[in-house]
Design a protein around this ligand. Sequence first.
Ligand SMILES: [Cu+2]
Length: 632
Amino acid sequence: MIDSEIGLVYTENRKIFALKNSSIEVPLENVITADGWNATQPLLTANKSMPGPTIFLYENQTITIIVQNNLVNEPVTIHWHGIDQLGWPAMDGVAFVTQCPILPGQSFNYTFQPRFSGTYWYHSHVGNQRDMGLFGAFIVRKKEDVPLEQQHIIQLQEWNHLYGAITLLKADLNGANTSESMSILINGKGEFGDNMAPLETYTVDINAKDLFRMINVGSASTFLFSIPGISLIVKETDGYPFRETIVDEIIIYPAERYDFELDLRTIQPGIYNMTVHILEGTKLEKGGEVLGLAFLNVTNLQSTTVESSGTRNKNTTVLNCPFDVYPNRPYTKCIPVSHLKSNEESLSFNFDLLSRSQESSTYFLNFGFPRPKGYSSINGRRFIWPTVSALSQPSELDTSCSNCDSETSCECTHSLTLKTGSEIIMVLTNVGNGSFISHPIHMHGHTFEVLKMGFPTVTENGDIIQNNDILCSPRLHNKESQCNNATWRNSSWMDYRNIPGINLLDPVRKDTIVVPYGGYSVIRIWATNPGIWFMHCHIDGHMVEGMALMLNESFENINQYLPDGLPTCHSFTNDPPVPQNAEQTSGSIDGRNNLCVVYAQFLDHVRSDFSFLSCCSKLCICLLFYVSLQNL
Ligand SMILES: [Cu+2]
């Protein structure tokens, strides 16, 4: 760890001190401590901090954020996660999907108007830059909101000592395993072993109703969050309110958000632990020794008497299980998100830019690593990124996936064309021979209704048996099939109103949902937001490998929503144009037969040799955000 002015620092007793003079305590704001590991590491950050600065604005405000790329060699884009960008399709920030990457020295003006209050976040959408530190919270407030001093942000991430801007690239190159979580950070702070590194402390008054906004900003891990002894009154997920639900623990997948208050009615003032565990495998077992820790200081400024309720119920209620029975955890009650009910406020929201039609389509999308190739893919299609900006250069795209079929994997720029105004039902499945782990699936450009989740069966021994509602293949058993062309086993369910247990009355809304191992999630949107919207697993490694596709939505209506002068970008192939009406025959009409073409592939290791060696005067590599608010 290093302070730009004081130099190297070390951690002791939750504080940091200058290495050259141990009597100098260094302010925490000046140093990114991560888990206090005794090494100095360049990170990729916004405004020199990890997490980056929290951006606050009010709903329906127009915000302009200038992202200035001050890196020397790396392109960036910034995605505003959870903002549906209704009518702002060019502001979604996905490299080669909604824009050209912002090259070193360039800037990009992101201007858009978030309509709904809630907890959102921003992060790089180039490769795995997010894991190198490039993310932060994005909070859209209501006009009559909880005062800011009573709002607290909890950003959870796993940490590996290779998660630096240089080390992670080298690890990628060498195929090193970076999936091991060495520690867990809360707002960028954690500890490694027992090194007593600084941790986050939240202070609340026992008589106030403080709001906690929790975000999983991590790379891949599923976290179990709790404050032992204190129940959580959960009110919102992914920016959308639902009927309050009181739980003891929350499972949070990458990119999800949960907003909650604390149930302090029976609590004594004092210091409580906030604990975060990593959940591993299909049964979500607590992993290893690694523990995320922060402190909750409950004060009682009014000194009123707190009544104790006496003994606590020994049952534990857990929100967001990917099954309805928790394997090997007796006395545990699971509440999957499909059991949450929207409240009246979120049912009144309008999500349409275009009018709805009577048409309806159903898509089955299977997420996994189908054998024999084992690609991260959707319906066996490993996503290949376009080399042009899909939104501004649609005619230059090749989205053909013709080499794929129901049992054959392929690599292509997978896209789904959604008919303007139509109702879209998606059955997101996680079955077949490539199903190994639950996937948190994120859709850009929309929030979706969660109509139903189908779970695997958990036996008394704690074994998990895959759900049988999905038919992967007319010939093969589900476990033998790639499941690229699934359907309902009961064909009458193709009319979704016939699906048992489907909630069309008050479904909860989300933008990121777990597709349970051995199960499925049924979601619904209307194709009323013209754009090209990315949809992908939010486990960074899976996305980078190709578990992604593009939703090509109402494209005939796109032009009026694109700003003038949106940049274009493409490869230069130096292929001369073929003259019209001039049939090419054998011979060398253009002399090309005499050309020797040498293909050189520039691989990641070339990049890692040259990148990241200079930027700001500080050690971190920085982007500059200039944030301005208009139209309050
Ligand atoms: Cu995944």
